[in-house]
Design a protein around this ligand. Structure first.
Ligand code: NAI
Length: 342
């Protein structure tokens, strides 16, 4: 099989542990990936090159695809989020997060199969905050027609390709009449003009969250602006086993960076107990993306083999602590590798 280059950012906290495990599985599966390792986050700060080194951005621009571990962002002070910076710099405007029930992972609902599409560049993540006067601060929520239409088009196109039936837009346009109002106006227009065959609904986000908790299987695809997408992704993760099992992709018109939904988990970092599955699933999404882009079906076959192996491992009761098991990060990766060839 040919060799492909992809950028790898190990990240902070549990990042380096889970990326080692994922690299091991991909190599055992014969994915043929040559990793171009670059730093970001606190790991890069230690080198004196800033949290988002230019050479990391340039490497992703050159190779167009990357796998990223989580990066820590200080709360209430310090540097602005590396993740947000990366998404903005490369205009990775569409975040895709599949939320699926897994074999052997018992949760309240079976057959959850939901895709979350999050607008990744605007909203309250614009980072425009200021102190108007002592004791009064404000944060600006930005929505542009261009970005709202772009993500809506992307979501409907994705739904069509994946044969999805319905898109539910979560919003709070009853309160944020202009910003969320623009978001739903653009989504409704894209639906009405270009994709009338896909069912469409608008759901006020508070009631939508209640419905998600009551029964997530009533939804097919969710489309949300930036902050709502962030929060609702974690809510949905809780419905299928937690943050250790939800992968993600940040996709732009040229580059794509794949990463788990979870963060750097400082509470368990360095202990060798983190679940590498969400990052492994993200790596499978990366292989599928590369397969389509390079017209190389073998990459998708390798992804399928890895998926079958981790599903089998879970069915056989091989689990990390977050899923009620006892395996460490590396041990779980080994159990997956043992099942790679059926
Ligand atoms: P978190 O996702 O890191 O952790 C929340 C809880 O889930 C913790 O109890 C953690 O131990 C657990 N958890 C997360 N991933 C796990 C895994 N793979 N296996 C087992 N348990 C796992 O969220 P938190 O604590 O809010 O954020 C920690 C740091 O991560 C912050 O600095 C935050 O800014 C950053 N972060 C980075 C993201 C990224 O790089 N894309 C995304 C979310 C948060």
């Amino acid at each position: 099989m040919k060799t492909y280059q992809a950028v790898l950012i190990p990240g902070d906290g549990i990042g380096p542990e889970i990326t080692v495990a994922v690299k091991k599985v991909l190599s055992a599966a014969g994915a043929g990936i040559e990793w171009i390792e670059r730093k970001a986050g606190i790991a890069a700060l230690a080198d004196g090159s800033g949290v988002m080194p230019e050479e990391t951005i340039e490497a992703i621009q050159e190779h167009q695809v990357g796998l990223k571990g989580p990066c820590t962002t200080p709360v209430g002070k310090g540097f602005s989020s590396v993740n947000v910076q990366l998404r903005k710099r490369l205009d990775l405007y569409a975040a895709v997060r599949p939320v699926r029930s897994l074999p052997g992972v018992k949760t309240r609902f079976e057959n959850v199969d939901l895709i979350i599409i999050r607008e990744n560049t605007e909203g309250l993540y614009s980072g425009v905050e200021n102190e108007v006067t002592p004791g009064v601060v404000m944060s600006m929520k930005v929505a542009t027609e261009g970005a709202c239409s772009r993500i809506a088009k992307w979501a409907f196109r994705y739904a069509t390709q994946r044969k999805r039936k319905k898109i539910s837009v979560f919003h709070k346009a009853n309160i944020m009449k202009m910003t969320d109002g623009l978001f739903i106006k653009c989504a409704e227009e894209v639906h009405r003009i270009d994709y009338p065959n896909i069912e469409y609904e608008e759901v006020i986000i508070d009631a939508g969250c209640m419905k998600l908790v009551q029964d997530p299987t009533q939804f097919d695809m969710l489309l949300l602006e930036n902050l709502y997408g962030d929060v609702v992704s974690d809510l949905c993760a809780g419905q299928v086993g937690g943050l250790g099992v939800i992968p993600g992709a940040n996709i732009g018109d040229r580059e794509a960076v794949f990463e788990a939904v979870h963060g750097s988990a400082p509470d368990i970092a360095g202990k060798g107990v983190a679940n590498p599955l969400a990052l492994l699933m993200s790596a499978v999404m990366m292989l599928n993306h590369m397969s389509d882009k390079e017209h190389e079906p073998e990459l998708r076959e390798v992804g399928g083999k890895i998926k079958a192996a981790y599903n089998q491992a879970l069915s056989d009761g091989c689990k990390t602590r977050d899923l009620g098991g006892e395996l460490g990060t590396d041990e779980f990766a080994d159990r997956v590798i043992e099942r790679l060839n059926g």
